[in-house]
Design a protein around this ligand. Structure first.
Ligand SMILES: [Zn+2]
Length: 427
């Protein structure tokens, strides 16, 4: 949006690859950037069992120790990788034989360089290569959007590395399944797409332990993330969660949040999660077939109480729209949408007809007082299209944004609201 040029923020820190995370089974953090500090006060790695250790971070880094060396599963984000590395090294300083990346988001790949030794094999699913290139291809776009979402300063624009400019670390790429044995411990790696197309699950039969990456965490999944994403297919999550459940794990270790112990707790939590996703997917598809538009479905579809999994990170309404537009793309059936004339092109004329931006700002304020904050934002959009620096409108807009922030329990939503408030103050 023109009103919030990224240049109004100072040069930021490396927020670029923050991607997709949530502390499972923990209350949502107060400020969006609190997620990036997850585990900051941890002084000792979590001992999951006799061989598995976890350093908490954004996201977690896990180590499986064997008599012939260690396997690292995910490496956290670059800014936290060294801290995680220290915690895990303190538990076992053996050679790192393998690094397995559950997927190519930056909060999982940030410490590969740190852990890699001569002869370390790095394992990823084959789609990792295109996924990394996709992220690098759009690095300027994602850098800005990530920074806004996670409460960090907006970085300066970066050079485009080209379409295939990503650094590809893995030495072993597999399609559906890969298996190896180290120190007598068998590791099985399965392709389990969901949050990303390259997502995998690590299964260790000896410990009945499944490392599920970001396909499960303590909130409805971020099936559409506000920072922007290619479609994350609901049915992929469902099938991948089924695959994990079929292994009958007794320990599930997500890459965000705490491990889950015990078959009963695991079946209960993963089944509910899977069913919640399936429920929303099917409701969207039924609505699409019956001719309902996306906004109607965003308002109408609610999870039944027994499938409530929380919305502190992913949010139902965004996923509903993500599923709808993932299947159908951007065209809404309105002929006006076929053309490059934006919906807001009519706003200045409408504001004039309404008596000018003062009148519209007044109407927006009445909406705020009535608790209709999103409607108030829409009215301020119109008034600001007519006069981008209209003081009264900007004041009302801040009030609406603050009210939405106040009632939000979703960290991504809060990130974008904070970003919008700051942008007006810095204008
Ligand atoms: Zn993540």
């Amino acid at each position: 949006m023109k009103r919030m040029p990224p240049t109004c923020f100072r040069l930021g820190i490396a927020a670029a690859l923050l991607a997709s995370a949530v502390p499972a089974q923990e209350p949502p953090p107060e400020s969006p950037d609190a997620q990036s500090r997850a585990g900051a006060n941890q002084t000792k790695a979590i001992r999951v069992n006799e061989a598995i250790f976890e350093a908490t971070g954004f996201g977690n880094a896990m180590m499986v120790a064997t008599s012939e060396g260690n396997v690292i599963i995910d490496t956290s984000i670059a800014g936290q990788a060294a801290r995680c590395w220290k915690l895990l090294q303190a538990e076992n300083g053996g050679p790192v034989k393998y690094i397995i990346l559950t997927h190519g988001h930056g909060d999982h790949t940030g410490g590969v360089e740190l852990w890699k030794q001569a002869g370390t094999q790095v394992i990823a699913q084959r789609n990792h290569v295109e996924f990394m290139n996709y992220q690098a291809r759009l690095n300027g776009f994602f850098a800005r959007r990530n920074a806004a979402q996670f409460g960090m300063s907006i970085p300066e624009p970066r050079a485009w590395p080209g379409n295939y400019g990503a650094k590809i670390e893995p030495t072993i790429l597999f399609d559906d399944r890969y298996e190896f044995t180290l120190g007598g411990v068998k590791f099985q790696v399965y392709h389990t797409p969901g949050e990303t197309p390259d997502h995998l699950t690590v299964w260790i039969p000896k410990y009945r332990a499944a490392f599920v990456g970001d396909n499960f965490y303590g909130s409805f999944p971020n099936m559409y993330t506000l920072r922007g994403t290619e479609p994350r297919w609901a049915l992929d999550y469902v099938h991948s969660l089924d695959k994990v459940l079929a292994l009958k794990p007794e320990i599930v270790i997500p890459s965000h949040g705490r491990p889950i112990h015990g078959a009963v707790a695991i079946v209960t939590q993963l089944t509910r999660y899977r069913d919640a996703i399936q429920y929303v997917h099917d409701a969207v598809v039924k609505g699409m077939n019956s001719g309902k538009d996306v906004f109607t479905l965003m308002r109408e579809i609610k999870l039944p109480a027994n499938l409530e999994v929380g919305e502190s990170y992913g949010r139902l309404t965004w996923s509903i729209r993500g599923i709808y537009e993932g299947y159908a793309g951007w065209f809404d059936g309105n002929p006006a949408t076929m053309y490059e004339t934006s919906p807001s092109s009519a706003f200045p004329e409408l504001v004039k007809l309404a008596g000018g931006p003062d009148r519209v700002a007044q109407s927006a304020m009445e909406r705020v007082k009535a608790g209709q904050f999103a409607e108030a934002l829409r009215l301020t959009d119109a008034a600001l299209a007519a006069d981008p620096r209209h003081t009264r409108t900007l004041q009302v807009r801040i009030e609406a944004l603050k009210a939405l922030r106040e009632r939000s329990n979703n960290s991504n939503e809060r990130g974008w609201l904070d970003y919008a408030i700051q942008a007006i103050h810095k204008e």
